[in-house]
Design a protein around this ligand. Structure first.
Ligand SMILES: [Zn+2]
Length: 528
């Protein structure tokens, strides 16, 4: 009973509203509940770090400034984090990139910011990498600092070095971890992630193999196999290497010929509006996994600010997290009607169906003509509508294709290519996919697709020959081909209603003929 009352009181103690100060620099916006001095320093460092990575890896930035929330109240910050040891976090919300910085890191803000910014880059790049690698990279780069005309990367972190002398987790657990584990495991997990990433990224012999290693993992190859392929190491051997590396006399530190740009401008500063305050709270609730609280807040804001898309954008995220697609579709429509220009949300909204799906995709692809999910959704809708040629053209517009999405893309591409009579393109796509497939999953998928190749012919049906020995379909697919109908089974006819008769067709329909193993027709689909 006592526990219950305390729980209720804790719930009531949730911050209802914080009057934030809003600050803005060229590429970030920041909301703080406290010192403007600290907030301005944080913004300055974000701009520096961004300028560095813009030069070195040229990341793909999403439109819309990432939102940084600096909470100086320990009590407030604690309501949104699960672990006591957390000092900051990054969250890639569907409607916004969010970085929340707590009070504890004061004095070490730069390192924290660089760490969280790395998470943002990994997310924006669409990299699908294991937790240890995400944290490891972020930790290795967190100590980034200018030294003379260069940037130094990899300055050893004393806390990690010390901890690893007495605390060591089973490396196989670290490599496979999908969560941080219990409170006492968090520290060693970060330390080991840092040590592994540090060695693989900065050790002279290993550094050149990093790209291959990460690419393998993106393609879904299990970690042990990826390690063996890229480095020729088992997890146990990797563990020995890391131990030797950490205990050795030297740990590599690398200096790059890049500088960051100091941003000297003053951030535009003003009290946040009621809408901005509200939306920031919704994001914080979402980050604290209080999805119901976030949805309630967003709904109230939508009522208070009926012309704004923002509350509906956040509500769409909340509904999707609740796995409520119907309510999600409503939120997407409302956000669309209020002019949202967030391509991710528009593509998501279109995938939920509804009469406005096409219009949503039009807008998404105007904002970002190469938006992957947008192009995939549009092609799927075009195929549904029988616009096979248009679907094929849409899929040819895809320029950015992550390894993890390759199978899904090629499957749809092959389907559209075959339906639109581009057999050669379909075959080439499958061939290329199989050449690059390395994971067991992709290999099996490639084999399946190859098995489907040549099993159908798409073209114009010009004549059905009928004789005592059976029927023959004459299909023009860039040259007329005579396809005997499999006598053993009746021809299955599907698709658009059409009067099929023996002889020359007066109205010549586009068809796809499904073939048996011996190349005989066993199915005939009349296409629109
Ligand atoms: Zn992190």
């Amino acid at each position: 009973m006592r526990g219950l009352i305390l729980a209720v009181m804790a719930a009531l103690a949730l911050p209802g509203q914080i009057a934030f100060t809003r600050m803005e620099s060229p590429h970030f916006e920041l909301y703080t509940d406290g010192s403007k001095g600290r907030a301005a320093d944080i913004l300055e460092h974000f701009e520096r770090v961004r300028s560095f990575f813009l030069q070195t890896i040229n990341p793909r930035e999403t439109p819309g400034k990432p939102r940084v929330v600096v909470l100086n109240s320990a009590k407030t910050f604690a309501t949104f984090v699960e672990r006591k040891s957390t000092i900051a976090y990054y969250l890639g919300l569907p409607h916004r990139d969010l970085i929340v910085v707590g009070p504890a890191g004061k004095g070490a803000d730069n390192q924290t910011i660089t760490h969280e910014y790395l998470h943002l880059l990994v997310h924006q790049a669409g990299m699908r990498i294991p937790l240890w690698m995400n944290e490891g990279i972020a930790e290795v780069y967190s100590t980034l600092q200018p030294v003379g005309q260069k940037m130094r990367v990899g300055t050893p972190i004393q806390g990690h070095m010390l901890r690893l002398r007495y605390d060591w987790l089973d490396i196989r657990q670290v490599l496979k971890a999908e969560s941080y584990g219990s409170e006492e495991h968090v520290g060693p997990f970060y330390s080991m992630s840092w040590a592994i990433a540090h060695m693989l990224l900065l050790e002279d012999d290993l550094r050149p193999k990093w790209t291959r290693f990460t690419a393998a993992m993106e393609r879904g190859i299990p970690i042990e196999q990826a390690l063996r392929q890229a480095y020729g190491l088992t997890p146990q051997q990797l563990e020995q290497h890391v131990q030797g590396y950490i205990r050795g006399k030297t740990v590599n530190v690398v200096e790059f010929n890049f500088k960051w740009e100091e941003w000297k401008g003053a951030p535009a500063t003003r009290p946040a509006t009621a809408l901005e305050n509200g939306l920031t709270m919704v994001d914080l609730f979402l980050s604290g996994k209080d999805v119901a609280g976030a949805a309630r807040h967003a709904e109230r804001l939508a009522g208070e600010f009926p012309r704004e898309a923002g509350p509906w954008e956040a509500l769409l995220t909340a509904r999707m997290w609740e796995r409520n697609k119907e309510a999600g579709a409503v939120a997407a429509r409302e956000a669309f009607a209020r002019g949202t220009r967030n391509a991710d949300l528009l593509a998501l909204g279109a995938s939920l169906g509804g009469a406005e799906a096409r219009a949503m995709l039009d807008r998404a692809l105007t904002v970002d003509p190469e938006h992957f999910e947008g192009l995939m959704e549009l092609a799927a809708l075009q195929l549904q509508a029988g616009e096979d040629g248009a679907a094929f053209a849409t899929l040819q517009r895809v320029r950015r294709l992550g390894a993890a999405d390759a199978a899904r893309y090629v499957r749809l591409f092959v389907y559209a290519a075959q339906r639109s009579g581009n057999e050669a393109a379909a075959e080439a796509a499958v061939k290329e996919f199989r050449a690059y497939a390395v994971s067991e999953r992709d290999k099996a998928e490639g084999e399946k697709m190859a098995g489907m190749m040549g099993r159908s012919v798409t073209g114009v049906l010009v004549e059905v020959g009928c004789s005592a020995s059976g029927q023959v379909l004459h299909v023009d697919s860039g040259g007329v081909r005579a396809i005997p109908v499999d006598a053993g089974q009746t021809l299955r006819v599907s698709g658009v209603e059409f009067d099929l008769h023996c002889g020359v067709m007066k109205r010549k329909p586009r068809v796809r003929v499904g073939l048996s193993g011996e190349g005989k027709a066993r199915a005939l689909e009349i296409l629109r």
